[in-house]
Each structure stands twice: as structure tokens, then as C-alpha cells.
Ligand binder design. Structure first.
Ligand code: FMN
Length: 450
């Protein structure tokens, strides 16, 4: 453990007295190495000797800064002579440590001990981590016809294999596929799913989708099927018993590690999910208990784009971070999403794009048109269908908020016009419809009522 000692002393304090005081405080603190001695002025020779003896750094912090610390045992006398009501305790706190031994005193000195948190990385190293995260891209085009070195690929897979996993069950495996014939079969599956997805889209959205590339199965020298064995680790995997989904989460995290490590090595990765997983399992002849989690296309690329391809192509936009962070209770964000929408609506730039009919309080039977979306406010979770949004708002205020959010989310998906159709006469349904209109205005969407 890393300890910090805060010291206040009179100029003539004998070293033996100071040392005995500090030793007794350290004994109470328990095991640990002293990293830092902090005080208000480092002119005294005894402090330098103490730092040398304890092999610690000596740091002086000005009284004005010490005076700002919430030291538990301030003293008027110390404030009078030192310009801060606390030296030893305040020094520990100012060093960023948790106070574990409060101020104790001898005839001429005071000492307190704190515990420093384990250190993070230096700023330059942190920048690299953040850069890799920010500059990782899902890549589907611009792959180069270059082989991937075996050792490099092993390094990348090693990073994937270091991922956290529930109960350390490590449920993943990595099936590395280079064979062209196998890749062709997988490619055929993706093509069929692409066609099926295109057929489900409203016309204007389909036109945009036609211009998008969604896989690079044949353009990359290596494909990796990342699988999950849901039963790995047997019956008593720690943490999985209450939430079996954690197994698949673990495999997905391994993919993210792979993705980041590949980016650091200059390898592009594209995740393809245009499959029925069982079809891919069949082509790859996987054992029946092994499931596909992700199918990755890996290769060297011309460049890594600065923004996601779906953003650059105008298909979708990123959701602002402020919308995603709630404090203490659901919906309590730094900025109210409703107020924020009303404000944004005053300066909205008209959006263009697809028209969506949002049926508030309808049921799945209303989903016959490709541009329809049902919002179900009922207490029971409806059958899974991406055309139904389940929003069981607890209050009308929450319903407004859900409406705003749906509209703004649709705007991120490049919707341009909302038709709001109210099928339920309840306060919550009306509030949700109101929210849809506020959210639509905020994003420059036109809206009408049906
Ligand atoms: C689980 C998952 C499945 C994905 N499936 C596909 C896919 O089938 N085709 C595709 O082109 N991109 C796919 N992507 C990539 C996303 O579109 C991409 O991550 C997103 O647009 C953000 O872009 P970025 O990864 O470059 O930041 C998938 C991503 C994830 C996480």
C-alpha cells in the first residue's frame, strides 16, 4: 500500500522526536511503503533527513492550498502561526490521499498518515489508450491484399483472450478462417440476409442502404468467428447463476479487446452480423453446443476513417453522452432531455429523410407498413419485434420524456418526418405523443397527426 505522511513542525524540532512521532503514526496505519512526505515548508533539515531515511519524496504545499482542505481537526493556533488551520492532516488530503491516521502530536510536531490510491497511467500513456478507443473503426472497405503475420495475429488474439469473463469462464473460442471456399459460403449467407433486410426497409431508406457496404468477407485475408460455449465452466460458474447473459457479454468483450488490439497493430476489423447464427455454425461445422457471437473480417487497410462509416454516409448519428448518463435515478440527467429538446427546437435546422408513422398505444397488427412503429405503453413486455417499442411510462412526465427520446433517437437514424397516430386515450399516451412532437421539433423533424 502507498502511504503519505503529513507533517507540521517547529523549526527546532529534534530529529529523534520527529522520527518517533512519525513511526508511531505509521505503526497505527499498518503495512505499506511511504511514498510521500507532505508539509507546508520543506526548509527544515529534519524533513529532508526523514525523507531520505524513509526513501520517500518530500513535497511542500502552500498554506493557502492547505487551508482549503476539509481537515477534521483544525486549530486556531496553527492558523495563527502557519496561515492554515491544519498542516499534517490538510497535507495528507491535499496529496489526494484518504486520511487513515488523524493528527497526532509531540512537543514540537504533528503527523498524520494517509493512503494513496493505486496510480493510474501517465498522461501520455492515457492518451494512447484513449486514442486507440476513439480511433478504432468498423472497417468494411479499403482493405489491402496483404498477408497477416502469424505472430501479430497471435498477439491480437492474446489480447482478446485476456478479456474479463463471468466467473473466469472464458467462454470464447476463435475460429480463424483463411480458406476462400469457406468464406464464399459465409458470404452467400450475408448476401441473402442483406437482401432480406433491404426488402424490409421503406423505399427512401432502402435507396440509402443500397449504397452501404456491410461486410468484407471476401476482401480480407482472415475471417475470425468468435464463438461462445454457454456451458463452459460447468454448473457453478461464479456470477452466471443469476444472469446467464453474462456468458455472451464475456464473449462480446473479448471481441472488443480483439478490435482494439488489432487497431493498435494497424489491422482493420469489420463485424458482420447479417446472419442467422445457426446458418454460420452449419457452414463452419461447429459442434451443436457452440454458438456464434461475432463474425469478424480482418486485414490491413488503406486508412482508418475519423468517424463511423454509418455517420459519414448519413445513415445514422451518434447519441450524445449527456443523454446516456443519469444521476441517482432514471431520467435525472445533467440537462433535462425535454428542456434541452425545447431549446434545441428554437434553432433546429430542417431535417430531410424518411417518414415514420408512430402509433402510440397500438398493437403489432398495426405494423403492416414498413414505415410504421408501434409504441406499447402496456405493463407486459410485448413479443420481441423491432417494430414495437415497449415504453411502460410510470407517470405522464416520464411519458413525455420517453416520447422526446424516441423522436430524437429516430432523428439519429435519419428520420425526417413523424406522423403521430394516437390509438389510446390515456394521459400517458397523450403525454408520450406530446413528447414525440417536442422531440421532433427539437431535431428539425416535421410532424403531423394522423
Ligand atoms: C454487435 C455488432 C454487430 C455489427 N454488425 C455489423 C454488420 O453486420 N455490418 C456492418 O457493416 N457493421 C456492423 N457493425 C459495425 C457497426 O455498424 C459500427 O460499430 C458502428 O456503426 C460504429 O462505427 P465504428 O465501429 O466505426 O465506431 C456491428 C457492430 C457491432 C458491435
Amino acid at each position: 500500500m502507498n502511504l503519505v505522511v503529513g507533517v507540521g513542525l517547529r523549526a527546532n524540532t529534534p530529529y529523534a522526536e520527529l522520527r518517533a512521532l512519525v513511526d508511531s503514526a505509521l505503526e497505527e496505519a499498518g503495512p505499506g511503503a511511504v511514498q510521500l512526505i507532505v508539509t507546508v515548508t520543506d526548509k527544515e533539515a529534519q524533513l529532508h533527513r526523514l525523507a531520505d531515511d524513509l526513501k520517500a519524496e518530500l513535497r511542500a504545499i502552500p498554506p493557502s492550498e492547505l487551508a482549503e482542505q476539509p481537515a477534521p481537526n483544525p486549530s486556531r493556533y496553527v492558523e495563527h502561526v502557519a496561515g492554515t488551520p491544519s498542516v499534517a492532516e490538510a497535507a495528507v488530503l491535499a496529496a489526494g490521499a484518504e486520511l487513515v491516521v488523524p493528527k497526532r502530536r509531540s512537543a514540537n510536531a504533528t503527523a498524520a498518515v494517509g493512503r494513496l490510491p493505486a496510480p493510474g497511467y501517465q498522461p501520455a500513456d492515457r492518451d494512447v489508450v484513449n486514442r486507440v478507443i476513439a480511433e478504432r473503426r468498423d472497417v468494411r472497405r479499403g482493405f489491402l491484399n496483404l498477408p497477416i503475420d502469424g505472430e501479430l495475429l497471435t498477439r491480437v488474439l492474446e489480447s482478446a483472450h485476456r478479456a474479463p469473463s463471468v466467473g473466469l469462464s472464458q467462454p470464447w473460442d476463435f475460429l480463424v478462417i483463411r480458406d476462400l471456399a469457406t468464406r464464399r459460403k459465409v458470404h452467400d449467407l450475408a448476401t441473402a440476409q442483406r437482401d432480406a433486410f433491404a426488402a424490409s426497409l421503406p423505399e427512401d431508406r432502402r435507396a440509402r442502404f443500397d449504397g452501404l457496404k456491410i461486410e468484407a468477407i471476401l476482401d480480407t485475408p482472415v475471417n475470425i468467428a468468435v464463438t461462445c460455449d454457454p456451458g463452459r465452466g460447468g454448473r457453478h460458474v461464479l456470477g452466471r447463476h443469476a444472469d446467464p447473459r453474462t456468458t455472451w457479454f464475456s464473449a462480446a468483450i473479448a471481441i472488443q479487446n480483439l478490435w482494439l488490439a488489432a487497431r493498435a497493430e494497424g489491422l482493420g476489423v469489420g463485424w458482420v452480423s447479417f446472419f442467422e447464427p445457426a446458418d454460420v455454425a452449419n457452414v463452419l461445422d461447429l459442434p451443436a453446443h457452440i454458438e456464434l457471437v461475432g463474425y469478424l473480417c480482418v486485414g490491413y487497410v488503406e486508412e482508418f476513417a475519423a468517424a463511423p462509416e454509418l455517420v459519414r454516409s448519413g445513415w445514422a448519428k451518434r447519441r450524445p453522452l449527456e443523454w446516456a448518463i443519469h444521476h441517482e435515478e432514471w431520467g435525472r440527467r445533467d440537462a433535462s432531455i425535454v428542456d434541452d429538446a425545447i431549446y434545441a427546437g428554437q434553432n433546429a435546422v430542417p431535417a430531410t429523410g424518411q417518414r415514420v408513422r408512430v402509433i402510440v398505444g397500438g398493437d403489432t397488427a398495426d405494423l403492416h407498413e414498413a414505415d410504421a412503429l408501434v409504441v406499447d405503453l402496456g405493463p407486459e413486455r410485448p413479443q420481441a419485434d423491432f417494430g414495437v417499442l415497449w415504453r411502460p411510462a410510470r407517470t405522464p412526465a416520464e411519458a413525455v420524456e420517453f416520447g422526446v427520446e424516441i423522436a430524437r433517437d429516430l432523428a439519429l437514424q435519419r428520420v425526417g418526418h413523424l406522423v403521430v397516430q394516437l390509438e389510446e386515450s390515456s394521459e400517458r399516451a397523450e403525454a408520450l405523443a406530446r413528447g414525440l412532437k417536442v422531440g421532433a421539433s427539437a431535431c428539425g423533424l416535421t410532424h403531423s397527426s394522423a
